[in-house]
Design a protein around this ligand. Structure first.
Ligand code: SF4
Length: 290
């Protein structure tokens, strides 16, 4: 719970504030950019919400914050903000909100589909989100992009009885309980609309999930950088092997997709040709980076 006594000095005057426990996960800035920005390695309220929609988005950020660093002294009904997650992005693809501190605020997604819903990486196991996922049809598969963003996977698997999918190279003590392992570097067909594309590099077992030949869930392999309007890989957060990650990025060029939906970093939707060009530029940047 955010504390007024820890209120960050840079907040704009008014009801909403961020305190100094912020871990700079970017969640509030994605959900409510009209109100939240970053300075000195933490978020702050740059502009108090002025409209009903901005207040709603600010409250969504408040309930989503993985460390409870956002507070408000205004009396506001929080139920609509809680009920706003998962938030539909396009088609059956939803952003779950409620990231976990255990995955450093990584984004997770829910694919609602007739043949069974897919949870991509793990949000916090929290009652409002669980009830909304139940109402959307539950979870059949839980795809884990890599070992770092698994958060509350045990609680989700227990509650929904879903089968977890992970690359075998990312089996560690925390993940050895998963039900289905993927091996090697060849793509693995899960169903006609779901393809696992192993992309080692960030970790040995990192993998992307391609849904409906449009939505690429990338974990920490690939993300959008709005500042440079470019796709990027995180050299400073490459835990396994940068050359291997570069090769994995090159192999992604064989696939058509129009969305990139990462764990960390920003998501983006581009026409297929522009996405392919952005990926080619990202690969060139990676090759030029030792
Ligand atoms: S969601 Fe919370 S922890 Fe994440 S950047 Fe915003 S205030 Fe900080």
């Amino acid at each position: 719970m955010a504390k007024l006594s820890r209120r960050f000095a840079g907040n704009a005057a008014g009801a909403f504030f961020v305190d100094t426990t912020c871990i700079d996960c970017d969640t509030c800035r994605v959900i409510a950019p009209a109100s939240f920005a970053e300075a000195n390695g933490q978020s702050y309220v740059h502009s108090q919400p002025a409209t009903a929609e901005e207040r709603h988005r600010a409250l969504m950020a408040l309930v989503a914050c993985p460390v409870g660093a956002i507070g408000s002294s205004a009396k506001a009904a929080i139920t609509p903000a809680r009920a706003a997650f998962p938030e539909r992005l396009a088609g059956g693809v939803h952003y779950c909100g409620y990231p976990s501190e255990r995955s450093y605020g990584a984004s997770s997604y829910l694919i609602v589909r007739p043949d069974g819903n897919v949870l991509v990486d793990s949000p916090r196991f929290t009652r409002p989100l669980v009830e909304r996922i139940e109402a959307l049809g539950g979870i059949r598969y839980m795809f884990l992009t890599h070992r770092d963003d698994v958060a509350d996977h045990r609680a989700y698997a227990r509650h929904f009885g879903c089968a977890r999918i992970l690359h075998e190279a990312d089996l560690v003590a925390e993940t050895r309980v998963v039900e289905h392992l993927v091996a090697g570097e060849d793509p693995v067909v899960l169903s006609s609309d779901l393809l696992v594309v192993p992309t080692p590099g960030h970790t040995r077992g990192s993998a992307c999930l391609l849904y409906d030949e449009a939505f690429l869930f990338t974990g920490d392999h690939l993300a959008w950088d709005p500042a440079s309007a470019a796709l990027e890989a995180f050299r400073a957060y490459c835990w396994y092997d940068w050359q291997v990650q570069t090769h994995s990025m090159e192999r992604l060029g064989a696939f058509r997709f129009t969305w990139v939906l990462p764990g960390h970093g920003r998501r983006v939707h581009l026409p297929a040709a522009r996405m392919a060009a952005a990926l080619a530029r990202c690969i060139a940047d990676m090759r030029a980076t030792p």
